[in-house]
Design a protein around this ligand. Structure first.
Ligand code: ADP
Length: 305
């Protein structure tokens, strides 16, 4: 597989504190990679490293296959754009003026693409309106337009919908999907809310305490959150024997309760259990939510912010 970004054994310390600790990541080309972790998990630290704003203490990463210690890395960084923390926009300037400024900074003074770029992010009608009078969602879209100024094919967004209203969230989501599908831009999107990413991510990486806990595709996450039958029985050992006999997958999580991951024929199961002297107390169909998957994977509670 072609990877835009990889990292192995990456570490970054702030004093004695390890913000990244033996961290690894693999972002495939064309992916919308949801980078999920609690506040303080180390997401922004990784982003700062790959943007070249900070140096790792140890370990390495590659961008477009080029290692961070190789001379070609600066050129690779020009192929990517990033909106980190708050977008860097001039509040006293219009959207067009902001983009002109960015084009100047990166040495593209022809300004050719500006109307197209404004259209792409849905800010074409904003005229002379200053960025300070924009909604938060419009500011975020302007930040994305600025990051797109050098025509990157890899875009990093750090908590892009933080603080946005539901309409703003939908607009950003649609913009990301459009840029991914129509412009073939690979995304790395950090968030502390899994649910918000689940509508667009093709891949996930779960980070906790500076460590990659698990990477998986959206398909694998779907399978992990698959439907199951939750049963409560009078004799959990009898249930286990019967389910083993039927070759069903299951998970026992208390003295009386279990989740069964299979198409269950209810009367067959009831009969088999009755044969073992076991009663069914309750039976419900349920789907593990993304949130409970996330909590099981990296634990509940708030971050250490
Ligand atoms: P996230 O983006 O996942 O919320 P960060 O990467 O911003 O997490 O932070 C990871 C940890 O490193 C946090 O505990 C944070 O307090 C700490 N940290 C981040 N930047 C600095 C810094 N410049 N100096 C000291 N500690 C920092």
């Amino acid at each position: 597989m072609d990877y835009i970004l990889t990292a192995e054994s990456l570490s970054k310390h702030y004093g004695h504190f390890k913000a990244l600790d033996g961290f690894s990541i693999h972002v495939p080309k064309g992916a919308v990679y949801g980078f999920v972790g609690k506040n303080g998990a180390g997401k922004t630290t990784l982003i700062r490293l790959i943007c070249g704003l900070q140096e790792p203490a140890s370990g390495s990463y590659t961008l477009y296959g080029v290692k961070n210690t190789e001379p070609g890395i600066a050129k690779c960084r020009r192929r990517m754009g990033a909106v980190v923390e708050t977008p860097s926009i001039y509040l006293d300037m219009s959207a067009e003026e902001n983009l002109k400024e960015q084009f100047r900074i990166i040495g593209l003074p022809s300004f050719d693409d500006i109307p197209g770029l404004l259209r792409l992010v849905g800010l074409e009608g904003t005229g002379k309106k200053k960025a300070k009078d924009f909604s938060l969602g419009m500011k975020q879209r302007l930040g994305i337009a600025i990051a797109l100024a050098g025509s990157p094919d890899f875009l990093i967004l750090d908590e892009p919908v933080n603080g946005l209203d539901p309409q703003g969230i939908i607009e950003i989501r649609e913009l990301i999907l459009k840029l991914n599908r129509e412009e073939q831009i690979t995304f790395l999107i950090s968030s502390h809310i899994l649910d918000e990413l689940s509508r667009l991510a093709t891949h996930y990486g779960f980070i906790d305490s500076g460590h990659m806990v698990r990477e998986m595709s959206a398909k694998e996450l779907d399978a992990a959150c698959r439907k199951c039958i939750r049963v409560q029985v009078s004799d959990i050992h009898a249930l286990a024997r019967v389910l083993d006999g039927m070759d069903f997958q299951y998970n026992i999580f208390s003295d009386t309760m279990a989740d069964i991951y299979a198409k269950v024929n209810v009367s067959e199961l009831t009969l088999a259990l009755a044969g073992q002297g076991c009663d069914i107390i309750s039976m419900t169909e349920r789907e593990e939510s993304l949130e409970s998957f996330y909590v099981n994977l990296i634990g509940g509670g708030k971050g250490h912010e």
